[in-house]
Design a protein around this ligand. Structure first.
Ligand SMILES: *Cc1c(COP(=O)(O)O)cnc(C)c1O
Length: 420
């Protein structure tokens, strides 16, 4: 089935009332009915809801749908994109280990992986994701994950995905791809051999800026990479916190299972059922929205490119962009999302453009139906030190646009008057 059909129907059986909309199970707990069922659920002899911190029937439908649309095996939804990144890594690495991170990623990812995880004893190493030429030399026996974004926020850079995956596989290291900006509609990381996908579902999946959410998706048969892999003893040796359970002995997708059983169980960060329900609504229209966002963005990119006060435009979908060939190679119909960035001369001029737009809102978000304008250096990436900013390609004059579903003519007219 196509992604569009899966997004509307997968994983939901209409119940007694034939409800067309997926029901919202707004509950914290579930009646086991009898003592044996309760014991069986806890012992994993019987799969079923236990407590909403661990699972919820509405959330489960969202998880099944996103896994199907990504072409993966299993997914686990979490409170936010940041939590998704944290859990994906915490599932692989512990104190003394290291993670290799792409230079061009979301600011929150940089602070989480290079700074906060350091306080947990997990070290970050940074590689040039445009080329991945320096990647292999960074891998050692303590390397537990390689993390990159399929379309980076805010530079809109496309990594050398094939090379990253090939090197990771040679060394049996798990790859994690943040597919938030591209969405599975434009790019499917699993088709290129990536192991794990994370999303900030708060962006295009939600689609209308309605809720915060995240998800981790595992590829088909990821178990084969985890079982008997000396890098990942946590999947192969008894888990003391679960009375000696050995994950490798369980015939289920282990990556997501372990996130639920040993991380969400203890750390929480559960997604609210209502947010899962909103994300289900978002998924239903993801395909039409993302394609239209991309078409609108291409028109705005062409306008900006022709403007004398604009130094450069970063949009891989744009003819002549340095990444255009990569975009055509990896992305469906060469469409590359609603995100673009452009550079003008200096901080003050950039800020004046933000202040003068009328349709664009000055907001720290992306992927909304309403257009957004952001100055990364002073907001989303403010906590990132100057040298890291420069390496990440974020200058003081860089402006990021998240193009919504307004008409491109109106957006172009607004930018024209704001830039002057
Ligand atoms: C927003 C974002 C995140 C973080 O997600 P939240 O849902 O805000 O926690 C992670 N990665 C990318 C690429 C993002 O744009």
């Amino acid at each position: 089935m196509t992604q569009e059909t899966l997004a509307l129907h997968f994983g939901y059986e209409k119940g007694d009332f034939g409800t067309m909309a997926v029901p919202l199970y707004q509950t914290s707990a579930y009646d086991f009915g009898n003592a044996q069922t309760a014991a069986n659920r806890f012992a994993l002899k019987e799969l079923g809801p236990i407590y909403t911190r661990l699972n919820n029937p509405t959330t489960e439908i969202f998880e099944k749908r996103i896994a199907a649309i990504e072409g993966g095996e299993a997914a686990v939804a979490i409170a936010s994109g940041q939590a998704a990144t944290f859990f994906a890594i915490a599932n692989l690495a512990e104190a003394g280990d290291n993670v290799i991170l792409a230079e061009k990623v979301y600011g929150g990812t940089t602070t989480l992986i290079t700074h906060t995880l350091k306080r947990f004893g997990i070290k970050a190493k940074v590689f040039n994701s445009d080329t991945a030429d320096d990647l292999e030399a960074l891998i050692d026996e303590k390397t537990k994950a390689i993390f990159f974004e399929s379309l980076s926020n805010p530079q809109i850079a496309i990594p050398n995905i094939e090379k990253i995956v090939a090197i990771a596989n040679q060394h049996n290291v798990v790859t994690i791809c943040d597919n938030t900006v591209a969405t599975p509609i434009l790019f499917r990381p699993f088709d290129y051999g990536v192991d794990v996908i994370i999303h900030s579902a708060s962006k295009y999946i939600s689609g209308q800026g309605l809720s915060i959410g995240g998800v981790v998706v595992a590829r088909n048969n990821l178990n084969e990479k985890l079982i008997k892999n000396v890098r990942y003893p946590q999947f192969n040796e008894p888990d003391e916190s679960y009375h000696g359970l050995v994950y490798a002995d369980i015939p289920l997708p282990l990556f997501t299972l372990r996130i639920v059983l040993s991380l969400i169980r203890d750390i929480g960060a559960t997604i609210a059922p209502f947010n899962s329900w909103l994300l289900i609504q978002g998924l239903e229209t993801l395909s039409v929205r993302v394609k239209q966002h991309s078409r609108n963005t291409l028109e705005v990119a062409r306008f900006l490119k022709s403007h004398p006060k604009v130094k450069n435009v970063n949009y891989p979908g744009l003819e002549g962009d340095v990444q255009h060939e990569k975009a055509k190679k990896y992305f469906k119909d060469g469409l590359t999302s609603g995100l673009l960035s452009f550079e003008v001369e200096g901080l003050e001029f950039a800020k004046s453009i933000l202040d003068n737009t009328k349709i664009f809102s000055v907001v720290a978000n992306i992927g909304d139906t309403k257009s957004i304008i952001t100055h990364p250096a002073s907001t989303t990436h403010m906590q990132v030190p100057a040298d890291e900013l420069e390496k990440a390609g974020i200058s003081q004059g860089l402006i990021r646009l998240s193009i919504g579903l307004e008409s491109p003519e109106d957006l172009i007219a607004d930018l024209k008057q704001a830039i002057g």
